[in-house]
Each structure stands twice: as structure tokens, then as C-alpha cells.
Design a protein around this ligand. Structure first.
Ligand code: S3P
Length: 180
């Protein structure tokens, strides 16, 4: 492992597998896994749904930024970010400057299927209440707008074709190879 590397950030759309892959990578490295959304919920004793309902998306983004500033100072951590984290202010600069950023890319059809199958729309205020048909169109549009931010990651892996353990192995290999 690169000695200068202290943080790995996983970015990507909701449902792309960030949390699972983060857990696997952290386990292999003996590092701590941090899920940004869970950390926000634990710190503020509330849920992401409640934050959106009470403070709106703008309020949530402020809390998310606060948490990002906190975690980017920790060491030996694998951070699973929220799907919108890289797309706000200079969040992506903060991440690329403080660690390796990995984009888990997945096609809209696969994302819609996974989010529907796992009832993943319920705990995600941005997707809540959308029918299966609406969901796909929404994801296509939002992913289109977000792609430019995600694409700034130093590494990209397709989680359409890689199962979570394979994606984790690919990440570990890529990071090992990039040793200066
Ligand atoms: C969001 C993604 C969610 C969570 C919030 C907003 C987004 O995280 O941060 O509901 O804007 O894409 P996950 O990507 O972990 O679901």
C-alpha cells in the first residue's frame, strides 16, 4: 500500500454499491470504514429523510460538507460518500487532494433495478415516491448531470460487470500499482 495514502473515497450514484465495496476494501486493509450518511445520522441523532424534511436539501448539503471536512482529516479510512457529495461546491477538490477517489460506475437501468429490488428509494428522499418507470428517467437525467463530477475520480470501476468482492480487489490492485 502506498505509504502516503491515508484515505480512499468511494463515489457514485445511489445504489452503485459504495457501502458494500467500502466495507470490503477497509477489511482487507485493516482500515476503518466510514459511511458519510450514517455518520451524519449518528452525529445529529436524526435520519437523512428527517433532515431533508426539516432543513431541505440545502440544509443537508451543509451538514454533508461539515462531515466531509471532518473525515478528510482522519487517517486509514475508507469513506463511502453520498451520491451527491462530489457534486457540491469544491467537495471533489477536497477529496482528490486528500486521498484516492474511486468512482463506482453503473448504468441507469441497473441502478433503477437495484434500487427498486432493495426498496432503496424509501430511505433516499431524492427518490422517494417515484414509480419504477419514473425512477429510470429520473436516474438517467440526474446521472447525466452528475457524470462530469464523478469522472474527476482518479479511478473508475464498472459495478455492472464487477461484483462487490471483485470491485474491491480491483481497487486494491490499482492502488498498489500507483505506488510512487
Ligand atoms: C443522495 C444520496 C444519498 C444521501 C442523500 C442524497 C444524493 O446517499 O446522501 O439521500 O443526492 O445522491 P447514497 O448514495 O449513499 O444513497
Amino acid at each position: 500500500m502506498r505509504e502516503d495514502l491515508k484515505r480512499i473515497y468511494l463515489v457514485g450514484y445511489m445504489g452503485s454499491g459504495k457501502s458494500t465495496v467500502a466495507r470490503l476494501v477497509a477489511r482487507r486493509l485493516g482500515w476503518t470504514v466510514i459511511d458519510m450518511d450514517s455518520r451524519i445520522e449518528n452525529r445529529f441523532h436524526t435520519s437523512i429523510n428527517a433532515i431533508f424534511a426539516e432543513r431541505g436539501e440545502a440544509g443537508f448539503r451543509k451538514m454533508e460538507r461539515y462531515m466531509l471536512e471532518e473525515v478528510c482529516a482522519l487517517e486509514d479510512v475508507v469513506i463511502s460518500t453520498g451520491g451527491g457529495t462530489p457534486c457540491q461546491a469544491d467537495n471533489m477538490d477536497l477529496m482528490t487532494q486528500s486521498g484516492a477517489v474511486i468512482y463506482l460506475r453503473m448504468k441507469p437501468e441497473s441502478l433503477a433495478r437495484r434500487l427498486t429490488l432493495t426498496h432503496g428509494t424509501q430511505k433516499r428522499p431524492i427518490l422517494r415516491g417515484k414509480s419504477e418507470g419514473e425512477l429510470l428517467t429520473f436516474i438517467e437525467t440526474q446521472l447525466g448531470a452528475r457524470e462530469a463530477y464523478y469522472a474527476r475520480a482518479q479511478y473508475v470501476f464498472d459495478t455492472d460487470t464487477l461484483a462487490a468482492p471483485e470491485a474491491a480487489e480491483a481497487i486494491l490492485k490499482a492502488i498498489e500499482k500507483s505506488r510512487p
